[in-house]
Design a protein. Structure first.
Length: 195
């Protein structure tokens, strides 16, 4: 099974540099992983993240509501790495993504665990449950507006001990600042709220 082509785009790296941004990314350790991106507080996160993806040449996928994949944008979103999902499907979102991951020989999937740009008091645990179900590592990516750095250097294998894994995740994301810092929610799952 051959790795997909890593095609760096120098123009994308130059564009980021023009606006004072840097990229510090390490390849995922295997053919499949889930990449948690935090904090997600602005529409600019997608723009900066996508240009960073082009700069390093990673064939990273992302998910979106199936309704945005209709004409006229559907084909372009798929070429960009988009995967349409229907949250109301009987198998559920997790089932759809597990099937997608099983069907592909390579899949590096980026997910914003907050699930929205607005403030939420907990993360959605789907990225974590997906990594556990598929037996793949979780990459911890960030777009830090304070340092203007897009980074992905840490990969962890989820143990199933949510409290311990979340503590490791918090340590990696400590000090990372979103475009709108007040909208960055705490790193915890719903069961941890109030704790």
């Amino acid at each position: 099974m051959a790795m997909p082509a890593i095609r760096e785009h120098r123009w994308a790296r130059r564009l980021l540099a023009l606006f004072g941004w840097r990229v510090d990314v390490v390849l995922p350790p295997g053919p499949k992983c889930v990449i948690a991106v935090y904090p997600h507080t602005s529409n600019w996160d997608f723009v900066i993240g996508y240009v960073a993806k082009l700069a390093v040449g990673f064939p990273i996928h992302f998910v979106g509501k199936h309704t945005i994949f209709r004409w006229p944008f559907g084909a372009a979103l798929r070429r960009m790495g988009g995967i349409p999902v229907d949250r109301r499907a009987p198998a559920g979102l997790l089932g759809q993504l597990v099937r997608e991951m099983e069907a592909r020989s390579w899949m590096w999937l980026a997910i914003a665990p907050e699930g929205t740009r607005s403030y939420v008091d907990h993360w959605k645990s789907g990225f974590y449950r997906l990594a556990l179900a598929a037996g793949v590592p979780v990459g911890l990516a960030f777009i830090d507006y304070r340092t203007r750095l897009v980074g992905l250097r840490t990969y962890l294998v989820p143990t199933g001990d949510e409290a311990a894994d979340l503590e490791r995740i918090r340590a990696v994301f400590a000090g990372k600042v979103g475009r709108r810092p007040a909208l960055a929610g705490p790193i915890r799952f719903r069961a941890e709220r109030g704790g």
